[in-house]
Design a protein around this ligand. Structure first.
Ligand SMILES: NC(=O)c1ccc[n+]([C@@H]2O[C@H](COP(=O)([O-])OP(=O)(O)OC[C@H]3O[C@@H](n4cnc5c(N)ncnc54)[C@H](O)[C@@H]3O)[C@@H](O)[C@H]2O)c1
Length: 256
């Protein structure tokens, strides 16, 4: 049990990577708060975890709204008795080049993917400081390390997540607040299926994306959950400010 006695809040826990991370943490003895804009989905994730005998709660929030973020953190602290880990995972992708995207789309993507991490981390920071430590984990992407056509705002947002992770790691080190992120490759979740659906030929897009990964398949949400588990655990007690790439070898296989 690598997280026995710990408590975590995971955003985007109604689906995909967030749901798998909440489940994986619960398997390792962690009490989990499943947080999502999709309140029914968050409830369902918590219900499934509770059915295994582990302990989970649900909270509904829009991660872009400071008042909702503050209320969710307060509720999670009350439900769990204290938060050790926050996983800032909620995110979206809107396909398009700068030429094609509207200003509103740009703002929406930046708010959900980046500003949310600022708001969530700000809301939990003093709590972790008083507890003399904590772990903040963020979902970045290989899209924050390479440019992808027709994905300008997403790539820019995920590059910002990597840099925000580094800066918060430096700021938090003195208070034993560790901050790390994971950079997934293409992970088989509703979000990536939506991304494929937005392409001219969704089946070809899926096949192309699969072929980018030397290990021969798209990632499972659980692959990323396992990365988060390592970073959340005491095995990573000397790891902060890092971007852990979990991508089936995609980045290693790029030319140059
Ligand atoms: N799937 C991939 O290939 C992939 C690759 C790299 C990074 N990521 C990142 O992983 C994270 C999770 O993606 P996923 O693939 O599991 O997607 P998903 O669509 O399956 O899940 C995302 C969840 O975030 C929630 N959410 C969206 N906006 C929200 C908001 N404003 N407030 C609260 N919750 C909100 C959704 O309701 C949903 O439950 C995202 O940050 C995404 O950018 C995904």
């Amino acid at each position: 049990m690598r997280l026995k006695g710990k408590s975590a809040l995971v955003t985007g826990a109604a689906s995909g990577i967030g749901k798998a991370t909440a489940q994986r943490f619960a398997e390792e003895g962690c009490t989990v708060v499943c947080a999502d804009k999709n309140g029914d989905g968050a409830q369902q994730s918590a219900k499934e975890i509770n059915a295994t005998g582990a302990k989970a709660f649900a909270v509904t929030l829009d991660v872009t709204q400071a008042d909702q973020v503050g209320a969710a953190i307060a509720k999670a602290i009350e439900q769990t008795g204290g938060l050790d880990i926050v996983v800032n995972n909620a995110g979206i992708t809107i396909v398009g080049s700068v030429e094609q995207m509207s200003e509103a789309q740009w703002d929406t993507e930046m708010d959900i993917n980046v500003k949310s991490i600022f708001l969530m981390s700000k809301a939990v920071w003093s709590h972790m400081k008083v507890r003399k430590g904590g772990v903040i984990l963020n979902t970045a992407s290989i899209a924050g390390q390479i440019g992808i056509a027709q994905d300008a705002a997403y790539c820019a947002s995920k590059a910002a997540v990597i840099m925000l992770t580094r800066c918060m790691a430096k700021d938090g080190a003195g208070d034993k607040i560790r901050v790390n992120c994971v950079c997934p490759g293409f992970i088989d979740t509703p979000m990536i299926q939506g991304y494929f659906n937005d392409q001219d030929d969704p089946a070809a897009a899926r096949q192309f994306a699969t072929g980018l990964h030397p290990l021969g398949r798209l990632g499972f949400a659980r692959d990323i959950a396992n990365g988060f588990l390592y970073l959340a655990s005491d095995d990573a007690e000397w790891v902060t400010g890092t971007a852990l790439t979990v991508d089936g070898g995609l980045m290693a296989a790029l030319p140059g």
